[in-house]
Design a protein around this ligand. Sequence first.
Ligand code: IVH
Length: 695
Amino acid sequence: MSGKGVSESVPAEAAKRATALRDELAQHNYNYHILDAPTIPDAEYDRLLRELEALEASYPLLVTPDSPTQRVGAAPVAGFAEVQHAEPMLSLGNAFSDDEIDAFSKRLRDRLIAADVETPVGLAFLAEPKIDGAAISIRYEYGQLAQAATRGDGMTGEDVTHNVRTIKSVPLRLQGAHAPTVLEVRGEVFMPRAGFERYNRDAAERGEKVFVNPRNAAAGSLRQLDPRLTARRPLEVFFYGIGKVEGWDVPLRQSEVLKCLEQWGLRSCPDAEVVEGVEGCLDYYRRLGTQRDKLAYDIDGVVYKVDRRDYQRTLGSISRAPRWAIAHKFPAQEELTIVRGVEFQVGRTGALTPVARLEPVFVAGVTVSNATLHNIDELRRKDVRIGDTVIVRRAGDVIPEVVQVVFDRRPQDTRLVELPEYCPVCGSDVVRPEGEAVARCTGGLFCAAQRREALRHFASRKAMDIVGLGTKLIDQLVDADVVRTPADLFRLTAEQLEAMERIGRKSAENLLAALEKSRETTLPRFLFALGIREVGEATAAALATHFGTLEALQGADEDALQSVPDVGPVVATHVRAFFAEQHNADVINDLLACGVRWPEVATSISTNESPLYGKTVVLTGTLSSLSRDDAKAALSALGAKVVSAVSSKTDFVIAGEKAGSKLAKAEALGVAVMDERQLCEWIGPSLQTDKLGNA
Ligand code: IVH
């Protein structure tokens, strides 16, 4: 195809570049649509496509019928029957800025005016999340699911009826008496994030292939030949439109169409809204942008559709994308960059985490130069080497991670990463117990990295809450060898502190006062602060209430430990091992000698007699007399298991002010609902203990 039809007026470089882009895009298209194994992020694909579009716009003679700018999607693969869509499945134009949305709205208005349509000032749009999954068209005949097809190239898709029938949110038969004779519904099949994570965890445990992201998981699952495999995938669907329809007087508005679909049991996205004009669209975009990371499913933007279907008809479509709709994309969460090195960070428990040092790259609004590779097994599985081009992903507050290597771009001279034999910080041996993914430094508190992390944890808000003792100061104190164990903190002098960088007389005094205050603590906080493996806040509280005193806990054997709610064999082993270690006993004695103390733990209600012992409790709404964290700790201390979701297994829901959907669900399921007064009666004694310590 190269050169064919290129006139003298097209520069040779432009023609060459267009061919190269077309070939590269064709390959990526195949990887994405046929193999379900993309090797570059969407943002990079979009950039290549835009470059080609720009070239073709400057030199229209460069356009070929097979250019990826001239079609949508890729051809179906062998193995699935072809399905001709009765009406084409359209694609969407993309916008990346507010200005492009403004231009979109102006284009609409001009066309409508030209067509003599009287448009209101604030044109109504249906705004919806753009779900990151796989498009589907499902045909119902006389209310029965007759056929389901992928989009394919928009005209011809693949028959995936066998797989779609396994998706529980797809009705096999429409509800209600007035279903149309023929109804083609269009929507997006997706894998919710929680299901995706669970699925990948299980798949990795079984040694099976894991998916790179929820979208690939959805697309890959739809294109399974064996529906039994698809049935095990946690797929869901949201419907957002219709294709061919017979025997239904379709309502005037898109939003009303969705309501009818809902009545037939075809669910649409609950986060869709009718908004007014450009303002309404942009406001929706911003609101959804702030919620993006909290949604249960991945989205890559929002879609605005002119709500009135008569206007949609007037506006029509152009090259398989409707003029009446547009996708407003969010900043990409995945980008390409190069791995310059891999270092191992040592955590509080000695765990070695490989961290990729990257060529800095701008992802979702920040510059990323480090990304986690989780552990050595992950690094091996992804086959990340120094010099590789990789996809980095940053979503919300989550630490940026290396998603995958772009093998097409691997240079000859990459370097393999080896697990170090000795700790990069202290030089102690690194061990990796059989069957464990995590390698650890054996240096314990001899290792400066572990010491730093242990001290950070000890001082943190939910532990000893030493206000003003931040990461930087801890690093300095450890580096200067002034502080080796937590007890050393309580022996610090103003002179020692003032010798540190950026610490003046005033901050030294403030810190000493904070240390003085933190000496008076609670047993749960103290136990949590010790940093025993697997002992989080709730477990620390449960241990404290069960045993009442530190001595009783120190003397408990594994059986005694396991009689505490939620303490299993693993936690029991870690607790035993911690107290058995002489070094830890020394640190504890030293801390007590430094004046660390706590009030007696209320054992007036022995845990076994507690009305909450072994019960599953959900907290919802706002509590007025105490914080959510304190309520949770106090409930755990009474033997309750505090969880976040309401189900039929929940024993009590404690509802504060403005309780919403969880309260409604509890009522629907007949779960007992308590108010804050009841909560305070239950936790009164243990709460007081906590308050004392915090005072
Ligand atoms: S409407 C009439 N609405 O995005 C226009 N598409 O880039 C047809 N998608 O193929 C699409 N969420 O797979 C529409 N709320 C939504 C969507 C959505 C996700 C996907 C769909 C489509 C692609 C176009």
